[in-house]
Design a protein around this ligand. Structure first.
Ligand code: WTA
Length: 661
């Protein structure tokens, strides 16, 4: 268990609740009896949810758990995921409905109807097939938030090819390891991307990543910024030249419900990211069910906006698959929230009359910092449901969100889930739940979660421990790409006897039995809602020639949730130069290391602070005691040091920091 900070204690005594208004409840998609219905017969409940989709062949069995922990959902069923997200709505007479209001960062716009989406996806599918891609192949996508990224994902799904989207901010090294791990045949990217008002390169990074990458046959480049890029003859193709001339007719083939849909890499407790594998029927069912009920989405009426990037699971499930399966009209925004000004999001909400807005606590805290007067300038009266995801939301931020964005009335849904769970697992239901600032509250109908102690025994009200998922669910991961053993070890070995999935999060029940998430209990940090492992950053640091040893901790940060703090021991020569060079040499060395981490992993992993130390606190068995380093990083009295091999080490670190030595 992680130690609880005083802030968390306050948080857990939160007693305010906000019951839904009668008017909201009267029109809500979800009703209170969903819980009882799902409890009475979980499989029948999920079968009913699967009926939201179009199945070419109906399944014969809802769940096959005989090969646990690898589940099969909707066994024998066949469907095409892209058909469900696109063509079906056109066939149903909604071709003219806008699917995507795309807003470019520099101010360009593009509205894409479902009919147009169908054409674009079909053309891309034909193009991919013309390159010889067939079902089961892998395509890596590193792109900013442009419509072609969504077309590419759906075109892959349409032909049974697995996509693997790599966040645009990841370094060439990070992209390369992901491309190699899955042996991707094709990589799709853009010439560049707009970031904070400027065009930044993208293709050159991809080129650097792919030098000598054996599996990659073609690189498809979407023109976005118009900047000139080097083209490798025979390998690189422009999207517009390849795709635009293709036929807009493409017959979708039905795939097995368990056909793989995508791989998405996420940080684990070791340096090597895990390729989380999701499949088709169960994943899409949970995506559509949760999007419909948690956001109370009404097709053809609501305008929905999820601010995530498609490089993360939230972008997969709540920009692409869930919303499009539910015939959503949504905003997709390319850029940063303060470009060209800090009211950009609210301006977009006002312009498009956004009614459902889903974002992350780190951004809410940033909005708070920018000031109430910014949202006040805009008409936000269209907003009727607000969502939060990525990390625990502190009650102050929750209340600010409610008052300044939700006009004191829009229900807030704090949604707990993971890349591995595929879709939302724990969340209030708008119109049903009396919400509580800071708590994700209850597992959704059809989902089962428990807080258990070390032994796997459920704790009582007021008790804390580990969050587990004790029953299989449709959107669950089916494995880690190419590493079944790691899949079993990471998620299923901690509570093997009980057969529980271990989520890696600490949690607690309050007096009402509501669940409060307390953050990761493993060596995974959560920085602005992004998962980064301490080991990954440590490996990046020790790969620098001046570093002998490194220990990394996540320290509480008022804006980003956690900030990365690194303690490094320099090699002999570097340490000596540093001593003779004084303060400025120290700053240069630290800056160089920060940049090195950004280069190895990506700017999101840049340590907030790097402290050069002489020693690291270790137990007698040589394990670094991160708990003590966290005390230093958070400016606390250093805790119990009795298990240290050398108890004077902490004094050395603390005095060293004070005197700058
Ligand atoms: C954390 C993002 C508290 C948690 C969808 C989880 C949360 C990790 C919440 C997954 C929440 C996500 N309250 N903590 N509402 N949502 N987390 O895979 O630690 O990027 O294990 O998926 O984020 O991060 P991932």
């Amino acid at each position: 268990m992680t130690e609880q900070s005083p802030a968390l204690d306050n948080l857990l005594t939160e007693s305010r609740t906000f019951p839904p208004s009668e008017a909201f409840s009267a029109q809500a998609n979800a009703t209170a009896d969903f819980y009882a219905e799902a409890d009475a017969d979980r499989e029948a409940f999920w079968a009913k949810q699967a009926d939201r989709l179009h199945w070419d062949t109906k399944w014969s069995q809802v769940l096959d758990w005989t090969n646990a922990p690898v589940a099969k959902w909707f066994v024998g069923g066949k469907l095409n995921v892209a058909y469900n997200c696109v063509d079906r709505h056109v066939d149903g007479g909604h071709g003219d409905q806008v699917a995507i209001h795309w807003v470019g960062e520099p101010g360009d716009n593009r509205d894409i109807t479902y009919a147009q989406l169908k054409d674009e996806v079909s053309k891309a599918a034909n193009a991919f097939e013309s390159l010889g891609l067939t079902a089961g192949d892998r395509v890596a996508i590193q792109m900013p938030m442009v419509p072609e990224a969504i077309f590419a994902m759906l075109a892959c799904a349409r032909i049974g090819v697995l996509h693997s989207v790599v966040f645009g901010g990841f370094s060439p090294t990070a992209l390369r390891s992901r491309v190699d791990d899955q042996a991707a045949r094709i990589v799709i990217t853009t010439d560049g991307q707009y970031r904070r008002g400027k065009a930044a390169p993208m293709k050159v990074n991809v080129d650097e990543a792919l030098e000598g990458a054996e599996s990659v046959e073609k690189v498809i480049v979407v023109r976005r910024t118009g900047d000139e890029v080097p083209i490798t003859e025979g390998r690189d193709l422009w999207w517009h030249e390849l795709v635009d001339g293709q036929s807009a007719e493409h017959a979708p083939q039905a795939f097995d419900s368990e056909h793989p849909l995508f791989i998405l890499y996420t940080s684990g407790t070791t340096g090597k990211p895990k390729g989380i594998l999701h499949t088709s029927g169960g994943y899409l069912t949970q995506a559509a069910y949760t999007h419909h009920n948690v956001f109370d989405h009404k097709a053809g009426e609501d305008v929905y906006w999820c601010t995530a990037d498609i490089g993360w699971i939230t972008g997969h499930t709540y920009i692409v698959y869930g919303p499009l399966a539910n015939r959503t009209t949504q905003v997709v925004y390319e850029g940063t929230p303060n470009t060209p000004h800090e009211g950009r999001h609210w301006e977009i909400v006002q312009q498009h009359k956004v009614s459902i807005y889903y974002t992350a606590p780190t951004l809410i805290r940033t909005f708070m910092k920018w000031g109430n007067e910014i949202p006040e300038k805009y008409d936000l009266s269209s907003l009727r449901v607000l969502g939060s995801v990525g990390e625990p939301i502190n009650p102050e931020a929750w209340i600010w969100y409610r008052e300044n964005v939700g006009a004191n009335s829009a229900p807030i849904v704090d949604t707990w889930w993971q890349t591995e769970t595929g879709g939302i697992m724990i969340s209030p239901l708008p119109g049903v739940t009396a919400t509580k600032p800071g708590s994700a509250q209850k597992a959704l109908p059809g989902i089962s979660a428990k807080v258990v102690d070390d032994q796997g025994v459920e704790v009582g009200k007021g008790g804390g421990g580990y969050l587990v998922l004790d029953k299989p669910w449709p959107g669950m991961l089916r494995g880690i790409w190419g590493d079944e053993e790691r899949f079993r070890d990471t998620y299923w070995s901690r509570f093997r006897d009980q057969g529980y999935y271990f989520a890696g999060d600490g949690a607690k029940y309050d007096a009402d039995g509501d669940v409060w998430l307390l953050g990761r209990v493993d060596d995974v940090m959560n920085v602005s809602g992004h998962r980064i492992s301490t080991t990954e950053v440590e490996s990046a640091l020790v790969s620098h020639p001046t570093v002998a040893e490194a220990a990394v901790v996540g320290a509480t940060d008022p804006t980003t949730g956690q900030g990365i703090v690194a303690f490094v021991i320099l090699r002999g020569n570097a340490a000596a130069t540093l001593k003779s060079g004084g303060d400025s040499a120290g700053q240069d060395a630290v800056q160089e290391l920060r940049n090195h981490v950004a280069k190895e992993i990506g700017p999101i992993a840049k340590p907030r602070q790097i402290l050069v130390v002489q020693e690291l606190p270790k137990t007698r068995s040589g394990k670094i005691m991160r708990r003590l380093l966290r005390d230093v990083a958070e400016n606390r009295q250093v805790g119990d040091v009795t298990t240290l091999a050398d108890s004077s080490v902490m004094d050395l670190i603390s005095t060293g920091l004070k005197t700058g030595k």
